[in-house]
Design a protein around this ligand. Structure first.
Ligand code: EPU
Length: 342
């Protein structure tokens, strides 16, 4: 069924009150294929909407919003070395993580509590606390929205990078991801604990002792850290990190470090250094600052928030002001991670 002028406010985590000219709930692949076969669809813009946690609508959407509701989780293979599990793309990401934790499968516990759907995870290669989803993706299945042809991508073909994949570049808006297959660890013994905050949290809950550590404990530590630092989108509209952390070359970084000796940084390669965008933004005086109903969060400068009743354009305008401040002070361009529509 095609709904017209459908309100999207509860379907995007910024809580922006915009509508979709046409709105279709995709519960089966057949519904999608029938729609793709119509001329009306082929001649109009379209956008696949999952959890709505990485989009900022700046105006009403003219065209089709495809609301992904494909559900189901299947175990394809289970051996002593690995588990292959296929999740349909409309599954909620954190519910999928919970499912893996209940089965004591390792690989996604550091990605607990990330908003959004399974289908959105490979698009921007979601990552947190030293793990990126590309580390556990085996294949991505998708339907070409121009032809209806089904295609399976290997992880290599997805061309994953930091918050990047082929679905954000060459194939932007071209494919509807239908399912993702993950390769997980059946009896995990080792965990990614390179973040000091993770070790501290686990120590304070006495989980660091020998034999005590498990996927559940790691997941709970991640949830605890995220709840302390990041605003809950159901309480305060936001889209997580609004910008990517910029990578700069090491010569440029050396000059910057002379001027700002305490600048936090992470080496990516001998030539490339990553700098937290949150630090750059905070140094520009933007942390917790409001412009009308939009601004940054008081606990995390990288999170832009809708303080209530903001339009998408107001939030996008604040984002542009922040980018300009960071260029002016540091000569670094920070790129949006959130998909700005309109
Ligand atoms: N910092 C500040 N001011 C702030 C917040 C942080 O100066 O207001 C500095 C601190 O030095 C801190 C550093 O920034 O040590 C990094 O902060 P944090 O550990 O919170 O991580 P992040 O780099 O801001 C990234 C991801 C998050 C992910 C965390 C944890 C990006 C764009 N963001 O944030 O992902 O949860 O690391 O791994 O890479 C998301 O993509 O939506 C997201 C939340």
């Amino acid at each position: 069924m095609i709904l017209t002028n459908h309100q999207l406010q509860t379907l995007n985590t910024f809580g922006i009150a915009v509508s979709a000219q046409y709105f279709v709930s995709i519960e089966t692949k057949e519904t999608l294929l029938q729609l793709i076969a119509t001329e009306a669809f082929q001649t109009a813009p379209h956008l696949v909407l999952g959890g709505g946690s990485n989009v900022l609508f700046t105006e009403n959407f003219k065209g089709y919003i495809l609301h992904n509701q494909l559900k189901g989780i299947t175990i394809l293979d289970h051996s002593t070395e690995s588990v292959l599990v296929k999740a349909m793309s409309g599954e909620n990401w954190h519910s999928f993580v919970e499912y893996c934790i209940e089965h004591n499968w390792g690989g996604v516990e550091n990605l607990s509590l990330i908003p959004g759907t399974v289908g959105a995870a490979p698009i921007q290669n979601i990552g947190a606390y030293g793990v990126e989803v590309k580390d556990v993706i085996q294949t991505v299945e998708a339907i070409d929205l121009r032809t209806g042809i089904h295609r399976q991508f290997t992880a290599k073909e997805c061309a994953f990078g930091y918050r990047e994949s082929i679905f954000k570049t060459q194939y932007k808006n071209q494919y509807f991801i239908t399912a993702v297959t993950f390769r997980l660890q059946p009896q995990p013994q080792q965990f990614e604990l390179s973040y000091a905050a993770m070790r501290e949290t686990l120590q304070s809950t006495n989980y660091m002792g020998e034999g005590c550590l498990n996927v559940r404990a790691v997941s709970e530590a991640v949830c605890h850290i995220r709840r302390t630092k990041l605003p809950d989108p159901t309480v305060l509209g936001n889209g997580g990190s609004f910008f990517k952390n910029p990578e700069v070359d090491s010569t440029f970084f050396a000059q910057l470090q002379q001027q700002y000796p305490t600048i936090p940084h992470y080496p990516i390669s001998p030539q490339k250094i990553k700098i937290p965008a949150a630090w750059l933004i905070e140094q520009c005086g933007w942390k917790g600052k409001r412009v009308g109903n939009a601004g940054t969060h008081q606990n995390h400068a990288l999170v832009l928030v809708n303080y209530g009743g903001a339009t998408g354009s107001e939030i996008a305008a604040v984002a542009s002001l922040i980018q300009a401040s960071v260029v002016q002070k540091f000569n670094i361009h920070i790129q949006s991670e959130v998909n700005i529509i309109g």
